[in-house]
Design a protein around this ligand. Structure first.
Ligand SMILES: Cc1cc2nc3c(=O)[nH]c(=O)nc-3n(C[C@H](O)[C@H](O)[C@H](O)COP(=O)(O)OP(=O)(O)OC[C@H]3O[C@@H](n4cnc5c(N)ncnc54)[C@H](O)[C@@H]3O)c2cc1C
Ligand code: SF4
Length: 538
């Protein structure tokens, strides 16, 4: 057997690939991880809003095209750990109902081929692995869980606690957002996380964010059977003559062409790049792209309808770590609107430097500095529905083309109105109802357009399902048409739900990991023991 042959090759080290690598590493199987990026350099600039948010220094410089052939610069990152290096680490389970068919104002959100109960044990493992801090029982839409969060919720700072009290008085059920940071509030002197204001959108300089590099890849490569090759861009996958098996992985490593092979091949490049890779791997047996006789690869792209809404109050908001409060009361609808609206939480605290680049509407009599000092910076997410015409294709010069028409927008508008209504009821002890000045939309993606360039929540392009005519992957995330090809990033989602996607990608990677262990003849370890151990780590 050639030196370049492995039992398993995993392409991509983000939420999906990184988690799977961690899970399979103790199996003793020869595992190769291929990552197009390098490590995020550890430097002071990691926490510099000018460098990160204005200069977009860590974003890819790659350009894609929109449906009109116009260039767009995606807000995405190619590093060991993938987009989890920069994520806000809000780690939500989908709601139990999200796995069934849901009727939205804009159409149908389809059912998944697995149920919430199938994924529940893996959600628990993922929460333990990624140090999720939360309080069960607060979120009114929370699905049932078989164990508590491994860590207590990150506390609200006073301004957010005040808002939480106001919302409660108004009749809402605000809750603590589950977050994956290694914060130990009881033992601050030992805490790896220092609770800083540069978390969401920034890489953690002190390695205290639960990202896929720190939590998974660093651990996986301690096993001698695991090899990580960085700066290794996978260009295409070649099959054998029958088309039933991937035989060759063609890689450009540091600019030099190489090839590798494996018994099992797992693609986890993120929903857009994974679809692009399959499409670029077209051959005689797969003329529309690998595993794509259904013509589903690349279609049904979803990325959520997201807004950042700044609520400017007369009271200052000196909060440092703002991403602690969520509201899901409107997730499935309300008395006056029977359809799902979505989820309300926060982004990291915005500052004047970031605002300068984002060009928000300015509140009367406010400068940007003053706005930043007084703003509550909400993050609103509504579900976008899978439309086959919203898709990834390959265009001129082999560039990615992202075609997207937003849908289900009424739900999002309603959600914004609900937030406005709730904010009017805030009852400040200094200014009463007059404290709150209004809500202002802000373009989070500096110098770039929402929604197209804002691909942070990309999913859906290689959906799983029972029917090979309407899905690419089977319920175990193996391609219907290729016997050794799996996909474990956000591509597999048949619907996008309206909470952040990463925990579901991680949990699913663990689920697929168990399936692969069986396939490879490895006895599945008593995972509960492994994950209990992780839970006790400082
Ligand atoms: C600023 C920001 C904030 C976010 N906040 C949250 C949050 O709070 N909560 C949440 O749930 N989600 C959040 N997300 C989204 C979350 O990060 C993603 O859902 C998640 O990382 C997706 O995981 P993935 O495995 O699908 O892909 P990724 O994490 O993107 O990993 C894909 C990997 O594949 C590599 N790759 C791509 N193409 C190739 C190729 N051809 N060859 C080799 N390697 C390749 C990439 O470099 C990357 O490492 C956020 C994202 C961003 C950008
Ligand atoms: S120290 Fe804590 S709050 Fe700051 S970036 Fe790291 S994980 Fe986030």
């Amino acid at each position: 057997m050639s030196e370049n042959h492995y039992d398993v090759i995993i392409i991509g080290t983000g939420a999906g690939g990184g988690t799977l690598a961690y899970h399979l590493a103790p199996s003793g199987k020869r595992i190769l991880i291929l990552e197009r990026g390098d490590y995020v350099p550890r430097e002071k600039a990691n926490w510099d809003p000018q460098v990160v948010n204005v200069d977009a220094h860590y974003n890819t410089t790659e350009s894609w095209l929109d449906k009109d052939g116009k260039e767009l610069h995606p807000h995405t990152n190619y590093y060991v750990g993938g987009n989890t290096k920069f994520y806000g680490a809000a780690l939500f389970r989908l709601r139990k109902e999200d796995f069934g068919e849901l009727h939205h104002h804009g159409g149908i959100s389809p059912a998944w081929p697995i149920s919430y109960d199938d994924l529940e044990p893996y959600y628990t493992q993922a929460e333990n692995l990624y140090h999720v801090h939360g309080n069960r029982g607060e979120d009114p839409t929370e699905p049932p869980a078989n164990s508590p969060y491994p860590w207590p919720a990150v506390s609200h700072e006073p301004r957010i606690q005040q808002l939480s009290d106001d919302f409660t008085r108004f009749g809402l059920k605000p809750f603590h957002v589950p977050v994956g940071v290694m914060l130990d509030e009881k033992n601050p002197h030992k805490s790896r996380c220092i609770r800083c204001n540069t978390c969401d959108g920034f890489a953690c300089l002190v390695g205290a964010k639960s990202d896929a590099q720190v939590v998974c890849i660093d651990e996986a490569i301690k096993h001698s059977n695991v090899t990580l090759l960085t700066n290794s861009l996978v260009k295409r996958l070649d099959t054998d003559a029958s088309g039933r098996e991937v035989k060759r992985v063609v890689v450009e490593r540091n600019g030099v062409a190489e090839s590798y092979s494996a018994d099992v091949l797992v693609v986890s490049c993120g929903a857009i790049n994974s679809a692009a890779l399959l499409l670029r791997s077209a051959n005689d047996r797969h003329p529309r792209g690998l595993a794509n006789s259904s013509d589903v690869v690349g279609r049904h792209y979803m990325g959520h309808t997201n807004s950042v809404m700044m609520a400017i109050s007369k009271c200052p908001n000196p909060t440092i770590f703002q991403k602690t409060l969520g509201v899901n009361d409107y997730y499935f609808g309300s008395k006056d609107f029977e359809y799902p609206m979505g989820h309300i939480s926060f982004v990291g605290k915005l500052d004047a430097i970031t605002l300068k680049a984002g060009a928000p509407a300015i509140a009367p009599n406010f400068t940007l500095e003053l706005m930043a000092r007084h703003s509550l910076d909400f993050w609103l997410t509504s579900e976008d529905l899978p439309d086959p015409n919203n898709r990834v294709t390959i265009g001129r010069d082999g560039k990615i083309v992202l075609t997207y028409t937003p849908n289900n927008l009424e739900a999002h508008e309603r959600l914004k109105s609900k937030l406005k209504q709730a904010m009017k009821q805030t009852n400040c002890t200094m200014h009463g109802h007059e404290c709150h000045q209004g809500l202002f939309g802000r373009n989070l993606y500096v110098g770039q357009r929402i929604p197209l360039a804002g691909v942070a929540h990309q999913n859906g392009t290689i959906r799983f399902g029972h029917d090979p005519k309407t899905s690419v992957l089977d319920p175990s995330c193996k391609a219907h048409e290729v016997d050794n090809l799996y996909v474990v990033d956000g591509s597999f989602f048949p619907s996008s739900a309206a909470v952040n996607p990463a925990l579901t990608i991680m949990a699913n990677a663990l689920r697929v990991g168990d399936h692969l262990m069986k396939r490879l003849g490895v006895p599945i370890r008593t995972m509960s023991k492994t994950y209990d151990r992780i839970r006790k780590l400082p």
